[in-house]
Design a protein around this ligand. Structure first.
Ligand code: MSP
Length: 507
């Protein structure tokens, strides 16, 4: 039976240019999508753009474009990330697409019919930058939102979603699904917030028009967050539950930044429960990046452009750094020195050097052919076993989004293999014991094969290059037992080695 796996990024506001925050979430989801695909799952990986609301409308006006033209133009920047970050997303959704408008209106209608939405009037604070409502008690002493954004007073007729009704059921749900929210800090924040009491949520606006029309009451447009969350089921064919894509719902994982966890871990499951639909299996809230220790903001002018970083360091190295630097879930600092140390130490001197040493020795001393192994000694078996065990060890780590631990695990093998090269000294064996040299190089080539396989999700380019150099067939590159255990064929001619990772910078 085919197992499904559905992973989503948040849909990004089109008014911003893609920055490191977007790249981070998208790369993390891509690594999971690739890992699960290689591991035999039928994967759906969704990303896209959030195009309605006052913030986008204002940006369109400032740009002198209609909201429609503006969103179409800017959405393309995010679509292009697929190529520049090597994302393997299966769908790209825009909330202005007819399929989404239909889904959002259908869900609205269903909630209205179930008595979960009612008409009232809203009087309170709103931040356009955050597209969020704030209670008076949440505002800072200087009158701004807790995020530092400006707020404005709103008084308008509004539909409300009976969020308050779902407080107890949400708490029961968190209790019975301890892995629903990760990491623990995110879970604690949500539990405290829900326990402190939920109020009904204003879910429509009348003071502007750039949004999805409320069914049968076109003076209202749907609140942008209410609209946006629904994208995850739109992409599964909602409201057509017979659609072939509906099999992917509920999502296995919504990956989000820690600033938007409440929407995903409270409001969204409440909306789904209220509609009688299954709730997602997990929400992971990752941390935020600073730039050389400083908070990133447009006004400080220190926004990190992923395209510039890729240009300087290469895509594989950039992806590696994002996931290796800190334990996923914690905040991280984008420090150039740290980045260059990582690239040079782990990639160029670590894996890159290992591949280079082994492949060029094979080239020079074995006529460029996969050597013939003689009897294996315990030291050979130990290294091979460590490499062969990698995929099994990584599975539970990937299920917990523990990317850093997974990479550390892989690098234990890289380090052990480099040490094995030093200890076995195949260059000396060349003069004393050719058969033993061949065995050692065969063991190392096999270790490189395992490493090539397992790094593919993280560094698709380097993974493919390494496997190409070992002439591993395309159908032998997944994590099925058959591929994983398909030992290199002795005697096979290998191409001339090429470097995997260039050294960078001055460190
Ligand atoms: N449109 C909403 C999401 C709707 S999902 C139904 C939105 N979009 S966003 O473009 O503003 O944010 C996208 C993501 O970028 C968020 O998950 C946010 O956490 C993340 N980041 C923005 N800046 C960031 C950093 N400096 N570091 C890491 N991630 C950050 O919110």
């Amino acid at each position: 039976m085919v197992k499904n796996y559905f992973v989503t990024t948040p849909i990004y506001y089109v008014n911003d240019r893609p920055h490191i925050g977007h790249a981070y979430t998208s790369v993390a989801c891509d690594v999971l999508a690739r890992f699960m695909r290689l591991d035999g799952y039928q994967v759906k990986f969704l990303t896209g753009t959030d195009e309605h609301g006052q913030k986008v409308e204002k940006s369109a006006i400032a740009a002198g474009l209609s909201a429609g033209e503006f969103t179409t133009k800017l959405s393309q920047n995010f679509r292009d990330l697929t190529g520049s970050l090597a994302l393997s997303n299966d769908d790209f959704i825009r909330t202005t697409e007819p399929r989404h408008i239909k889904a959002a209106q259908a869900l609205w209608q269903r909630l209205l019919e179930r008595g979960e939405i009612y008409l009232g009037s809203y009087a309170g604070w709103y931040s356009v930058r955050d597209e969020s409502f704030y209670a008076e008690s949440e505002l800072r002493a200087d009158g701004k939102a807790p995020t530092g954004a400006d707020v404005e007073w709103l008084e308008e007729p509004s539909y409300f979603f009976r969020l308050s009704n779902w407080q107890d059921r949400l708490l029961e749900f968190y209790e019975s699904h301890p892995d629903f929210i990760a990491p623990r800090s995110g879970r604690n924040e949500i539990l405290a917030w829900v326990k402190s009491g939920l109020t009904d949520l204003s879910v429509s606006r009348t003071s502007f028009t750039w949004g999805i029309a409320v069914p049968n009451d076109p003076a209202h447009v749907v609140y942008v967050w209410f609209d946006a969350l629904i994208n995850y089921i739109t992409a599964c064919g909602f409201p057509d539950e017979q659609s072939p894509d509906w099999q992917f719902w509920p999502a296995d994982l919504h990956m989000v930044g820690k600033d938007i966890i409440r929407f995903h871990a409270v409001i969204w499951p409440a909306m789904l429960m209220a509609a009688g639909l299954p709730t997602p299996k997990r929400v992971f809230a990752h941390g935020w990046w600073t730039n050389e220790g400083q908070k990133i903001s447009k006004s400080l002018g220190n926004v990190i452009d992923p395209l510039v970083e890729i240009e300087s360091y290469g895509l594989d190295s950039f992806r590696y750094f994002l996931l290796r630097e800190v334990s996923f879930g914690n905040d991280a600092d984008y420090s150039k020195t740290q980045l260059e140390i990582r690239i040079n130490t782990d990639l160029a001197n670590g894996l890159g050097n290992l591949a280079q040493r082994v492949l060029s020795m094979i080239q020079k001393n074995c006529e460029g052919r996969v050597p013939v192994a003689g009897e294996l000694q315990p030291v050979d078996q130990e290294l091979l076993a460590a490499a062969a065990g990698l995929v099994e060890q990584l599975r539970p780590m990937m299920a917990e989004q523990a990317f850093q631990r997974a990479l550390e695990q892989v690098w234990l093998v890289v380090t052990a293999a480099n040490r094995y090269v030093d200890d076995m000294a195949p260059w000396s064996l060349r003069k004393t014991d050719l058969a033993r040299m061949a065995t050692v190089l065969f063991v190392l080539a096999e270790v490189l094969r395992y490493l090539g396989l397992v790094i593919q999700p993280f560094m698709p380019g380097a993974g493919a290059r390494l496997l190409d150099q070992l002439t591993v067939a395309n159908e032998g590159r997944d994590f099925s037992d058959e591929s994983w255990n398909r030992v290199l064929e002795s005697g096979r001619l290998l191409p001339a080695p090429v470097g995997l990772f260039p050294r960078v910078g001055g460190v």
